[in-house]
Design a binder for this molecule. Structure first.
Ligand SMILES: [Mn+2]
Length: 452
């Protein structure tokens, strides 16, 4: 028999299932093929909707002549190998619908429809929406689970407006948020809870090159499934720049590293490559055979010390072109100067060039109200200035801004004003590496951030 088939990557996850819902709607004559393994995150979803998908097994394809293949959520031949091995004696047409980077596509002869979206489900959803397709509420629930799973409930950096649009459209068609939530609840097993509790106590903060890192070491008497979900949870609660969890199963001489990163500068895929691991920049893992788990843990920490890139610090993001004012100038002069340089705050220096205070629009307005415009800056400025050395990390900068409700942090090197970090500098450097590293000196900050 001639058959058309569709499948997702090996170890199918919610985004695969969400994508396949749309494949069913868009290409009703395609038969869906199940992967040998289902990703633990998708267990409940799969259990619940198994009959809806009506999957065949990969081995069932051996009897058929496969004419057309649709692949969803991967462009890598390695991740569909388990299916390809069962397709014999036919020369099928392959179409890929995928949201992973195109350069990783190595499925020969395939036509590829690429999406630059947080979830692959959103891309297929857009096509379905354009064709006027409607979903039953169960179908919308599966699809929304797919989008939520791949986008961290629409909060990861990969999220595009279209992911949100399709999510809203699915909700409109009756997707159940209650069900989505229960499908995505990843910590269900008692064993996971036990590991979670132990890790919460055991996890150790270390600062490496200014990065706030968490590490933990735990010995298990056997393999526990869903460890990645536990690691995710810890990373979510403790909020480090990166978390490296090392597990060791003595009976099997197996070490497992599961890592999560919240910083684009910490690329876990690259970091774990020497250990035969991999994944993504933000989430990766490695499994190794080792004799001594403790020893491995020590070596691994030493490896991190050597390998982690220095964290972004004040010296990287500060504006170097600092406008300052002498404390003997009048408030009127200061206000004119501020207007001229288009700044809302200025460091105040004494004759020796030392930082003695800070002046913002607020003090000028106060001075104007009290007819003090001819008084020296010295008499009106903020005297308790919080300044920082150039090595101050982004985390510390963030804490200072929020704890003290200030808009500027003068950067001092050897008692000399080297630069200034404004809230704008801070936010720009957070938005992306392209914005970091200055080049924005002298930019105007709107309003005095101290007021916000
Ligand atoms: Mn995906």
């Amino acid at each position: 028999m001639v058959v058309n088939v569709a499948f997702g990557h090996t170890n199918m996850d919610p985004d695969c299932f969400g994508s396949l819902v749309f494949v069913k709607k868009l290409f009703p004559d395609y038969v869906l093929v199940r992967s040998r393994l289902i990703h633990p995150v998708a267990y409940t979803l799969y259990d619940f909707f198994e009959s809806y998908f009506n999957f065949i097994e990969a081995v069932d394809m051996e009897r058929e002549t496969i004419e057309n293949i649709i692949v969803v959520d991967t462009s890598s031949s390695a991740r569909i190998q388990e299916y390809l091995g069962h397709i014999h004696a036919s020369n099928p047409d392959i179409t890929i619908y995928d949201h992973h980077p195109a350069e990783r596509c190595d499925i020969f002869g395939a036509r590829r429809v690429g999406f630059s979206l947080g979830a692959n489900t959103s891309g297929l959803g857009r096509i379905a929406r354009e064709r006027g397709i409607r979903l039953e509420s169960e179908e919308a629930t599966i699809a929304l689970t797919g989008i939520y799973a791949d986008t961290g409930c629409l909060i990861y950096e990969n999220v595009k407006p279209l992911d949100m649009e399709i999510a809203a459209w699915l909700l409109d068609m009756g997707a159940s948020l209650k069900l989505v939530k229960s499908f995505l609840e990843t910590i269900k097993e008692d064993e996971q809870v036990r590991v979670l509790n132990r890790l919460l106590l055991d996890v150790r903060p270390v600062t490496i090159q200014g990065n706030e890192i968490l590490v933990s070491y735990l010995e298990l008497d056997r393999q526990v499934s869903g460890l990645a979900a536990v690691v995710d949870k810890i990373a979510g609660v403790k909020n480090p720049d990166a978390y490296f969890a090392v597990f060791f199963i003595p009976g099997k001489n197996t070490a497992l590293v599961i890592a999560r990163s919240q910083k684009s500068r910490i690329d876990l895929h690259e970091l774990l490559a020497p250990y035969g691991g991999g994944g993504h920049q933000a989430a990766a893992s490695a499994k190794l055979t080792v004799e001594d788990g403790r020893q491995f843990y020590d070596n691994f920490q030493a490896y991190l010390e050597r390998s982690l890139a220095p964290a972004l610090c004040a010296g990287d993001i500060m504006s170097r072109n600092v406008f300052s004012i002498n404390e003997d100038r009048s408030l009127l002069e200061a206000s004119k100067y501020m207007e001229q340089v288009n700044h809302t705050g200025l460091p105040v220096l004494n004759g020796a060039g030392e930082l003695t205070g800070f002046l913002t629009l607020k003090e000028i307005m106060k001075g104007r109200k009290n007819s003090q415009m001819n008084s020296p800056v010295r008499s009106c400025m903020i005297r308790k200035v919080i300044s920082i050395p150039p090595e101050t990390t982004m985390r510390e900068i963030e804490r200072l801004f929020f704890r003290h409700h200030i808009g500027y942090l003068p950067v001092m090197r050897n008692n000399e004003l080297a630069g200034i970090v404004s809230r704008g500098d801070y936010i720009r450097s957070k938005i992306g590496p392209d914005f970091a590293g200055g080049g924005i000196s002298g930019s105007a900050e709107t309003g005095n951030a101290a007021e916000e």
